[in-house]
Design a protein around this ligand. Structure first.
Ligand code: SAH
Length: 258
């Protein structure tokens, strides 16, 4: 009879030192509490990956480097812009659209615990996972909503409401601009997490930026220690109220980008 397969191939013992070392190499320091929360989150992602495919990776080292650090390495660089957005009377709000397993929103919330976080995904089973994980991590001012970014963008409760929107891995640049910009308040900032193909995508987005009344401000390169892949966090400023017709319905932002 074949031996039963180990159900827990991943060793969690060294996660925090591993994450701390990588973060320090990139010039980022995490408090003990932040490192603990990242570990609990990584554990939940890895466990759930075995049940259904939340992310493509389930090795803890990859989760630490390519998911968690990728989500937070540019944050120190953004501190000044984000402070300028800080409203006086309420917490800074951030919506993460097409968040999947909670990326980049959950690691951002761990680093910036005072923000009000809204995670959005089209998949109900992912939203169930997210709701559970937010509770496990003890994160307040954080919620997970099921829906399509282009539909919820027309709701009064979301349209023109957020100081920040973050998007990673949802769509090409012109498409994600049409999904995201309507959620922002005028003056608000989109953080688009992009891979090495970004410079070409930018060429295709001139028209979308003009129609959506937005401007690319910075392209911040992100180097993950020990990994050769180059990543970018692109900041996009919303300059004026978005015309009502955007995002367009029936899958048009994806099928026929601006
Ligand atoms: N941001 C995550 C997941 C990227 S995969 C990460 O970087 O790992 C894209 C996710 O977006 C999937 O979970 C999918 O369910 C969701 N999605 C795709 N189209 C969407 C849409 N129009 N509105 C909301 N969520 C969407």
């Amino acid at each position: 009879m074949p031996m039963a397969k180990s159900v827990s191939p991943v060793n969690f013992d060294g996660f925090q030192p591993y994450l701390q070392t990588l973060a320090a190499e990139a010039g980022l320091s995490l408090s003990v509490r932040q490192a603990q929360q990242m570990e609990v989150y990584a554990h939940a992602l890895a466990e759930t990956n075995r049940k259904f495919n939340l992310t493509a990776m389930d090795q803890l080292e990859d989760i630490a480097a390519l998911h968690i650090l990728d989500s937070v390495l540019a944050l120190d660089d953004l501190a000044t812009e984000v402070e300028d957005l800080q409203p006086r009377t309420r917490p800074l709000s951030l919506a993460d659209l097409g968040t999947g397993g909670g990326l980049p929103g959950i690691p951002i919330k761990v680093m910036w615990p005072d923000i009000a976080l809204t995670l959005v995904d089209g998949s109900q089973k992912k939203v169930r996972f997210l709701t559970e994980v937010l509770e496990t991590l003890g994160l307040s001012h954080a919620r997970a909503l099921q829906g399509r970014a282009e539909d919820l963008a027309h709701w009064r409760t979301h349209r023109e409401q957020y100081d920040l929107v973050a998007i990673r891995g949802l769509a090409r640049f012109p498409t994600l601009l049409e999904y995201a910009v309507p959620w922002l308040q005028t003056g608000g900032l989109l953080l688009a997490y992009k891979g090495p193909g970004f410079p070409a995508e930018l060429q295709d987005a001139r028209q979308a930026l003009r129609l959506l009344r937005a401007r690319v401000e910075r392209v911040i390169p992100v180097h993950i220690p020990g990994r050769s892949v180059i990543r970018f966090v692109v900041t996009v400023r919303k300059l004026d109220v978005t015309p009502r017709r955007y995002p367009r319905p029936q899958g048009l932002p994806r099928k026929d980008p601006l």
